[in-house]
Ligand binder design. Structure first.
Ligand code: GLY
Length: 329
């Protein structure tokens, strides 16, 4: 690996931890074994990274008042999409290498209905557009200009998603990167969420601005059902974060759910999916991927390639960050 690629690889791993540091969350205790606390609990919600705590709070407002898992996951991740201080999801997300903020998102209910948008520009809440694709169209995925036209037709407002901070970061990147296509080693992270409501129904959502400074038109795992997210009421749900290309190649979230169907615990299933990625990628040490999962019993788990990944577990009376185990220390 040349020096620049090595630097970016290290920066990626570092920045994934730095963007949502588990250790910086002081409002909660860490639970070493969340399953013991969550088995049988309803409602329940899990989401990726430290910002999952905030997202869970939004979801729990819906769930605790008897609302549906589908509404909860949409409301939960919308909080992160609207937060301009976050540079990897929604408004304020870092742009592609040409300066366009393009968003990917999906939503799925436990009965198998799902919707998704890819490379959507100018709309703050891609998850809501994804839900409208699911509920208002005969399709599952809309992309780019078509997704934007659909969002506008649904009454959503066209906005500039590039904040001053993101624009400044992009311009600084341009000076060094000189438009060299450096694929797979760029910083990124995603909010993925899975919820179980009081009725025992599940749903999930996943939303991201994707890899910072990606090639124009690049779509990651997050809006692809089975890759960034999968939910089945009969088994459970899973979501992914990290390098989308690796998750896409292994259809990671679907794999996690199918492993749970075969009897693996959520953590074991996430670990197996990480091992699958390892087996297909000689360079797996150069990037981060993390999975979270919840089964119908209310057991939760997560696993990542590198240390530093955490997920938030929220129930009726608690919301706390759990450090995921990892393949590499
Ligand atoms: N996991 C987000 C992405 O790679 O786009």
């Amino acid at each position: 690996m040349n020096t620049r690629r090595k630097f970016l690889a290290q920066a990626t791993i570092g920045s994934l931890a730095a963007m949502s540091p588990v250790s910086s969350i002081s409002c909660t205790d860490r639970a070493e074994n969340p399953d013991e606390k969550t088995i049988g609990k309803k409602p329940l919600v899990i989401s990726t990274w430290g910002f999952g705590l905030q997202a869970n709070e939004g979801a729990l407002k819906v769930l605790n008042s008897g609302g549906k898992a589908l509404d909860a996951v949409e409301q939960g991740v919308r909080i992160i999409e609207a937060d301009g201080s976050n540079s990897s999801v929604g408004y304020g997300g870092l742009p592609d290498r040409e300066g366009h903020v393009t968003l990917d998102a999906c939503i799925m209910d436990g009965g198998g209905m799902c919707g998704s948008v890819c490379a959507l520009e100018h709309i703050v809440h891609p998850v809501t557009v994804a839900r409208k694709v699911m509920e208002q169209t005969p399709h599952v995925i809309l992309v780019g200009e078509g997704a934007l036209q659909f969002a506008l037709a649904q009454g959503m407002k066209k906005e500039n998603l590039l904040t001053k901070e993101s624009e400044a970061a992009w311009k600084e990147w341009l000076e060094e990167a000189k438009y060299k296509p450096i694929i797979n080693i760029e910083n990124h992270d995603t909010i993925g969420m899975v919820a179980l409501d009081k009725n025992g129904d599940m749903a999930g959502a996943c939303t991201t601005s994707g890899l910072a400074y990606k090639m124009r038109g690049r779509v990651g795992d997050s809006p692809i059902i089975g890759a960034g997210l999968y939910v089945d009421n009969e088994v459970g749900g899973a979501a992914a974060t990290g390098l989308g290309e690796a998750v896409l190649r292994t259809l990671g979230s679907f794999l996690v759910v199918e492993l749970m169907r075969q009897g693996k615990s959520p953590k074991e299933a996430c670990r197996e999916a990480v091992l699958r990625i390892k087996s297909k990628h000689a360079n797996y040490k150069d990037f981060q991927v993390g999975f979270i999962a919840m089964n119908k019993k209310g057991e939760t788990g997560g696993f990542s390639i590198h240390e530093g990944f955490g997920y938030a577990v929220g129930s009726e009376h608690s919301n706390e960050l759990v450090k995921a185990e990892s393949l590499l220390e």
